[in-house]
Design a protein around this ligand. Structure first.
Ligand SMILES: [Zn+2]
Length: 420
């Protein structure tokens, strides 16, 4: 068999997204998949528009990096390519042209985060407006969704008026945007199979079960078929570190999300910010079964920095100091716990402990996680060379070490997801 040089849709099989911000991680990702990834189909090219902007890479470069690595490996399996967090038609066009075939729609600009705290009267006013605009077609939202029971295979859900209004206010316009985006995706792929994910993970409040159900019903009514949906879960899914929250509560909540996805799709549940959530992987793997997609990205960048830490600790320290300076600006838009007040203390870390503090402990990891764009596009070492060039030179000089750390770290992800 030959390497497939184009990505393909992966369908309703459990899958794992290996985001690669540097373009050199795929060999390590392949190694992790081969050693621990039984049962998972891989996405080897995965980058959000935000990541491409921050790293100044094009969709074509992201795709080419993956293809080159797959060719070099002689990889013969199917693989996917995820154009992540697409917000508009232009995002769709450039990623479709580069050969991506998994399109993640991010309708967050149309999610009304205030819905959770609006009064009944305020909700009613917006719903009246939506009904007047025929957001729900030729029937009102109430006629469509009240007085019905939705079977989840063993349990059933139904809307009361206020919950329905809240769901409509929060997500009604977001689903309408998804339909528009799905149209752009179909237009951009006239002769190619593709699949669509919808992500609402980057919103202010968790997606309740009824809101998820509402979203699923509305997507179906509008004729949008999705392969996966990323809700915002309860608890904290912070970048680059383990889950924070009640494990039992998470499991109970996830079961219902999966039941909605199974009975009212079917589609996969997509876990965004999915890296390093080791405490919940066995639960996720067990509860979701085949209806699972996991996305990771920044964690592979941190493993690249681990190579730098071991090969050139001086340079790693320079990177860390630079990240400390960049933090207060770069942290905006990220969901993290480390604060400006933590930075001076972190900067006192002795050189012998840099890898441990910045790559194995939460505050250090988050500092390096959120500053990747600055490091890869603006940061320069004392000798004037861009950090990015240093990093790429080191990774190219030590491919075996790079593969080793990625295989270990991503392999642990897959192993734990298979451990439930
Ligand atoms: Zn996301």
């Amino acid at each position: 068999m030959e390497t497939q040089l184009t990505a393909s849709p992966l369908g309703l099989k459990r899958s794992f997204g290996f985001g690669d911000r540097l373009g050199l991680a795929t060999p390590g990702h392949i190694a992790a998949l081969k050693s621990q990834g039984s049962g998972f189909l891989p996405i080897f090219a995965q980058q959000s528009i935000r990541e491409m902007t921050r790293t100044e890479r094009s969709a074509t470069e992201v795709m080419q990096a993956a293809i080159e690595a797959l060719k070099a490996d002689g990889y013969t399996g199917v693989w996917g390519a995820d154009a992540d967090h697409l917000k508009n038609e232009q995002d769709v066009k450039v990623t479709a042209a580069a050969g991506f075939c998994f399109f993640t729609i991010d309708p967050s600009e149309f999610v009304n985060n205030a819905a959770d705290t609006l009064s009944k009267a305020e909700l009613e006013a917006e719903i009246k407006q939506q009904n007047a605009e025929q957001l729900y077609g030729d029937a009102s939202i109430e006629a469509r969704y009240l007085n019905q029971s939705y079977d989840l295979g063993g349990q059933a859900l139904s809307f009361d008026k206020k919950t329905l209004w809240r769901a409509g206010v929060k997500y009604g316009r977001a689903v309408a945007h998804c339909e528009r985006m799905a149209g752009f995706i179909a237009e951009a792929n006239p002769h190619r199979l593709f699949e669509i994910e919808v992500s609402v993970d980057e919103t202010d409040s968790p997606t309740s079960h009824l809101e998820h159900l509402f979203f699923a019903q509305e997507l179906r009514r509008r004729g949008v078929t999705i392969v996966s949906l990323a809700p915002r879960f309860i608890g904290e899914f912070e970048k680059g570190i383990d889950y924070k929250g009640d494990l039992k509560g998470f499991e109970v909540s996830l079961k219902t999300h999966v039941a909605i996805a199974r009975e009212h799709g079917p589609y996969k549940i997509s876990i965004h910010s999915g890296s390093d959530k080791f405490s919940i992987y066995p639960v996720i793997g067990r509860v979701c079964g085949d209806l699972l997609h996991v996305k990771t990205a920044g964690t592979s960048y941190l493993e690249a920095l681990r190579v730098l830490a071991r090969v050139d600790p001086e340079k790693f320290q320079e990177v860390i100091r630079y990240c400390g300076e960049r933090f207060s600006e770069d942290k905006v838009s990220y969901h993290i716990s480390v604060t400006d007040g933590d930075i001076p203390g972190l900067m006192q870390t002795p050189k012998s402990e840099l890898e441990k503090v910045f790559l194995d402990q939460d505050p250090g990891r988050q500092l390096l996680h959120v500053t990747f764009g600055s490091v890869l596009t603006k940061g320069k070492a004392a000798d004037g060379t861009p950090f990015r060039d240093h990093l790429l030179t080191v990774l190219k000089a030590k491919p075996d070490l790079h593969i080793e750390v990625l295989e270990k770290h991503l392999g642990k992800h897959l192993q734990q997801l298979n451990a439930g």
